[in-house]
Design a protein around this ligand. Structure first.
Ligand code: ADP
Ligand code: ZN
Ligand code: ZN
Length: 827
């Protein structure tokens, strides 16, 4: 009875490193088609792969439904996903899921219900989940529970509560993604002359009027407009329909939140000589076979955008399409309007701030070829475009291009891969390229194009360093802490910075102040016993937020009320230490009572366009001083900003991460780049306790190359990327000993394998470093141990990592392993 059935291989978005065989009635759907399949008593969405199915599978299950008419993943993107899965050592289904709009893989319709059983001994998190459920009536979505409770992963709790009978679980079949429609009346037979009209309408004037109205509106009008606003009755429209003149149809409506955004006027500057040289190289690459990727290294304000836009124009002229990636934080209506001004409705925007319906709409327009340019953050790299001519990655050094969960891909590196598949020109733009990209351009893998000067007439700002150690000495030898309270700036803003701000305010120019640490105080410490208040779930000190009077963990969002006594010894002598943006705001407001102030950090920008609204006020000149975290460092182009102050350059310098210096240099250079972007000249003041550090010194002189040279030599010993490749392997468990044991067992398994490889004379060396506790030893209630795999051979590194996830057996219990290849953060 198996006649008329075909086997297919299906990739499921589950953390299982294999695909599964199923049967379908009739012919196999094309690879990339979504199917609904039974899996471990649940229904799951998966994708048909191009792999031959395993003929040996015995009890084969049947596909429950085919969800796509046309494959939701094109053959080309399937290939990219396969590469991504392979390289990042992730399951294919997880890689595919990362590449499509969330609505297409929405399986999070898992519902939980209480059984009514009285709870016994439970963990704190299990208790919270049960309480949350009992506060509500009826089954609740797991996704909501996770959101409401602010718990990163809730499944361990769900599973253990199901096992002990306190709750039940049900998965509801996902509906097909909703398409928004509107009802329109459309002319299907035109009436060429008066005679035809008279024959059709006779004395039915309203019909004649309605018909003319629709004609005038471009042969199609929304039904509601005709009936409600124009007052045509249903009867009139029915008559027109009966006469075969019009039809009433449901037209797909496209949700586009940027549609109403101002498009700006398309100013076409004449390219500078440097811009023109870069452009010539890029355009000729567009017509070349398999062009090399480009690094477009242009100082802040050098006009990289103009180069992108003119290149896109050339690609479109050749009938090709394009992708522009920008860091999440820079994806504002302002940025979008710069592209819309030139390309209007050719542009589709993919943004995480969009609702999933809006994202899906943008995606479909690209898929149907109705939009030629995709602009978006990381995942826009997967825009379903055909014949791509250009892929731009702006601010290529930005760490938001790395996805922090599986498949942990780096969009910049995938951009290079995808461009290669299309023979497209890949442009990586930055004022402060990542050392990886810099290295690739130094060894000739990438071509380098330079924009050494600012384009709009401005010049790079002068940068001054204030040594905070010297300032503190002055304070001490001065008149003591009392004086400190009374000096303007309260020891947060040095007198030089205060003076510089005074000057700008007097001239009604604008100031940007950066401190890359939010909250009021980054830790709370007892003066008597030294205890620092820590998060319950993480080995992290809690940040004091004055606005809400709470202590908050910036990693897991655990919150508690700010204590008035020490939690260990009960002392009331508690100090709030470590400067945060809230405190800078307070001090700045006290120091400059007449200035109009805005603070921009995660806490003030939670709403959908909150970030944008603050920037609009700055743009309209309603703000004198904008202060904030790294959010304010990127991409802002405000001509009246003439002073940038860095409150403390050292906040990120001591992090146990080999990229700490690189990040500091990038941040300082980027924020400095906000000053003096017009004819008004700019100044930057950096307050630091490390004035001699090479990252600070290079930022002062705007000297990327000397920074890169020094940093490359720093990374020789101990050796770090870009001199080799590495994978961070992290084991985590609520049980500290289990995390350690898993890491140790895996490490010895790998070491044994490596020794065997070496004996067999296999090519490529891989080294294992560790295991050791991760820098943040406990996170979200899980203890973390890790080790590094490093190698000069990407291929061998991949082989070893894959063997580890596929063959090594983890100890029993709640233990997870995460592989992060080419990590951008090691915490
Ligand atoms: P980047 O992204 O390299 O920091 P932008 O692309 O934002 O720089 O350009 C900086 C400013 O210079 C913008 O205000 C832009 O309008 C202006 N600009 C760019 N190219 C030219 C040009 N060729 N002539 C005049 N102004 C230009
Ligand atoms: Zn925490
Ligand atoms: Zn104490």
């Amino acid at each position: 009875m198996t006649q008329g059935r075909t086997r297919v291989e299906v990739a499921l978005p589950l953390p299982i490193h294999r695909t599964f065989s199923y049967e379908v009635h009739g012919e196999a759907p094309l690879p990339g088609t979504r199917v609904l399949v039974p899996f471990r008593r649940q229904e799951r969405i998966g994708w048909v792969t191009a792999d031959p199915p395993d003929p040996n599978v015995q009890s084969i299950k049947t596909v429950l439904g085919i969800l796509d008419e046309v494959p939701s993943v094109t053959a080309e993107l399937m290939e990219l996903c396969r590469w991504m899965a392979e390289y990042y050592v992730a399951p294919l289904g997880i890689a595919i899921r990362a590449s499509v709009p969330a609505v297409l893989s929405d399986v999070s319709r898992d519902y939980l219900s209480l059984t009514g059983l009285q709870a016994g001994v439970l963990s704190a998190r299990e208790k919270r989940l049960l309480e949350w459920l009992s506060d509500r009536t009826g089954p609740q979505r797991v996704k909501m529970a996770r959101k409401n409770l602010g718990i990163g992963s809730i499944w361990p709790e769900v599973r253990s509560l199901i096992a002990s009978g306190y709750i039940t679980h049900k998965t509801v079949t996902p509906p097909s993604p909703s398409v928004k429609t509107r009802r329109v009346v459309r002319i299907i037979r035109s009436l060429e002359n008066l005679l035809e009209r008279d024959q059709a309408f006779g004395r039915a004037t309203r019909q004649r009027e309605a018909f003319s109205f629709i004609e005038a509106a471009g042969n199609s009008v929304e039904l509601a407009r005709l009936t409600r606003h124009e007052g045509f009755s249903r009867g009139v429209l029915t008559a027109l329909t009966k006469k075969g003149l019009v039809e009433v149809v449901d037209e797909e409506e496209i949700r586009d939140p940027f549609a109403g955004a101002p498009t700006g006027t398309a100013i076409r500057h004449t390219p500078t000589a440097a811009q023109q040289t870069a452009l010539d190289a890029l355009v000729s690459a567009l017509d070349a076979q398999d062009p090399k990727p480009f690094l477009l290294q242009g100082v802040t304000g050098s006009g990289k955008t103009l180069v992108y836009i003119e290149l896109l124009r050339e690609a479109l002229n050749r009938g090709r399409t394009a992708i522009v990636l920008v860091p999440e934080i820079s994806l504002t209506p302002q940025t979008v309007s710069r592209f819309r001004a030139h390309f209007g409705d050719e542009v589709a925007v993919l943004h995480s701030g969009l609702s999933s319906g809006e994202r899906y709409d943008a995606w479909r327009m690209l898929r149907r070829g109705e939009r030629k340019i995709a602009v978006g953050a990381r995942s826009a790299l997967f825009a379903p475009l055909e014949d791509i001519g250009v892929i731009v990655v702006d601010e290529e050094h930005d760490s938001s291009y790395k996805q922090s969960e599986a498949p942990r891909y780096h969009a910049r590196d995938l951009a290079v891969m995808r461009a290669r598949a299309h023979g497209a020109v890949c442009v990586l733009g930055s004022a402060t390229p990542s050392l990886e990209t810099w290295h690739n351009s130094s060894v000739g893998k990438f071509s380098r194009l330079l924009l050494p000067e600012r384009a709009g007439g401005g010049s790079l700002p002068s940068v001054r360093v204030i040594d905070l150690r010297a300032e503190r000495k002055k304070e001490k030898t001065g008149s003591g802490p009392k004086a400190r309270q009374e000096t303007r700036g309260s020891g947060v803003l040095t007198s030089d910075l205060v003076d510089a701000i005074d000057v700008r305010i007097a001239r009604s120019e604008q100031v940007i102040l950066l401190l890359n640490r939010r909250g009021y105080s980054s830790f709370v410490q007892c003066r008597d016993c030294g205890e620092v208040e820590q998060c319950e779930n993480c080995s992290i000190s809690l940040t004091y937020h004055r606005v809400t009077q709470r202590l908050i963990c910036h990693h897991c969002r655990f919150e508690t009320i700010a204590p008035s006594r020490c939690s260990r010894c009960g002392s009331v002598d508690i100090s709030f230490r470590g400067l945060g943006t809230e405190q800078v705001e307070q001090v700045t407001a006290e120091t400059f009572p007449d200035a109009r102030l805005a603070r921009m950090d995660v806490d003030t920008t939670s709403g959908k366009w909150a970030h944008q609204r603050i920037l609009e006020r700055v743009g309209r000149g309603e703000i004198d001083i904008l202060l904030g975290t790294q959010m304010i460092a990127k991409g802002l182009d405000f001509p009246r900003v003439t002073l940038v102050g860095v409150i403390n350059a050292d906040t990120g310098m001591h992090l146990p991460d080999f990229r700490a210096s690189e990040r500091t240099f990038q941040l300082l250079s980027q924020v400095a780049g906000r000053a003096g972007r017009s004819h008004l000249s700019g100044e930057v003041i950096i307050q630091t306790s490390l004035p001699e550090h090479y990252a600070v010194r290079a930022a002062v002189t705007h000297d990327f190359e000397s920074f890169a040279a020094r940093e490359l030599s720093e990374r020789e010993s101990p050796i770090y990327p870009p001199h080799l490749r590495m994978i961070n392997v992290v084991f985590s468990s609520p049980d500290q000993r289990l995390a350690l044991r898993a890491a140790e067992e895996a490490a010895s398994w790998v070491r044994a394998g490596l020794a065997q490889r070496a004996r067999a004379g296999a090519p490529g060396q891989v080294e294992l470093v560790g295991p050791a506790p991760a820098p943040i030893e406990k996170l979200h209630g899980r203890w973390r141990w890790h080790f590094f795999l490093r190698s000069e051979s990407p291929r061998t590194l991949g082989t070893v990592a894959r063997a580890l996830v596929e063959r090594q057996r983890l100890p029993a219990g709640d233990i997870r392993v995460a592989l992060d290849r080419d990590p951008v953060a090691l915490l």
